[in-house]
Design a protein around this ligand. Sequence first.
Ligand code: ZN
Length: 425
Amino acid sequence: MTGEGWKVSTKTGQAYLHKLLRILLGLEDTRVVDAGFDAAGLVIDVAPTWRRPRCSECDQKCPGYDRDADRRWRHLDVAGMEFHLRYNTRRVKCPKCGVKVEKLPWAETSSWFTRSFEDQVGYLAQRCDKTTVSAMMRIAWSTVGSIIQRVVARHRDHDLLDGLTVIGVDELSYRRHHEYVTVVVDHTRGCVVWAKEGKNADTLKAFFAELGPERGAKLEAVTIDMSAAYIKAVTDASPQAQIIFDRFHVQRLAQDAVDEVRRDEARAATSEEERKQLKGTRWPLLKSFWNLSLFDSLRLSQLQRENKRLYRAYLLKDSLVRILDCGSEWLARIKLDQWIRWARRSRLEPFKRIAGTIRDCTEGILAYVRSGLSNGRTEGLNGKARTITRRSYGFHSSSGLIALLMLCCSGIHLDPVQLQPGSTH
Ligand SMILES: [Zn+2]
């Protein structure tokens, strides 16, 4: 043992010390070989209780192949001091899997941390902010990203894609909105069931490939945005599923059209003052009639007098929102038809354009009015997912964000790691 080792004079004393340390470790199938301190803290030399190494892939006992150099694993701190395990891992020659690292009772072969340590990180990451997790566990936040990927894989007790009937597909932008993660939500259980980097048809196809035809045939409804690629991916894989267009995406179409009209008008403005005024209407124009403040209402009535085109755009947007909220499918059908005709005659290019999209998507929009299902149904979940996206800054890849999403939003239950003396053998 390097560093400051413990000299125990008698064999009985040594055996007692090892027993004490084994209880302190609280790890299954792990024996203590030696112990001491170094600059980092307490270091215990350990070994698996089994003599013949086992393959880490298939758990079979196999002949040894060679030994790696010293490896260390962080374990839960003891009395505020870092606690490390040390062992020379062996490689085995498995008849089934080839040359593999041996199975270790205390950690996964790819990790530098014990399972107990990782589970504690997972428990904290579900509940605390970045700084707290990093400071308490004394690890970098980027390390948390890779740890929780393993925690999620270990604690997922059933296949989340089983029993899905009504799902929602949404995307989250991260890293300052340049990259996306597609998220599939189970509307029935209100949890995230799947996530993958990207936001195109291939991403959604990957979900359906994982779901498989049997489970895909049981889907009753899918809420998505109005992208043709998404529609095709859903209809190819689950033709029986009712497509419901997410109301917030429908609403956003109209909001974007209003904004486009406003920008066109600002460009065509003859005076600087008029341009400034149009700039000031951006936020009131996005609000619904019911949410306007007195000041906003004054701005809009001024607009009604001075810029009829932009005011018309606002009315078109607001009436589309009201159709979505009307609660009656037959009324919505009539009103949507009138709205499309109005938008086409509006002499506003952006609205003429979206009139076509809305017409093509009428059935999916009416399905929303009928069912009330949208990605906003899991509003709490959406908010949580967005907070998680912000917390994931600092992770090296989207897989850290996805793991954090699954850890916090897919129903994984973790308890703090607490051991009683004698809880392991
Ligand atoms: Zn094997």
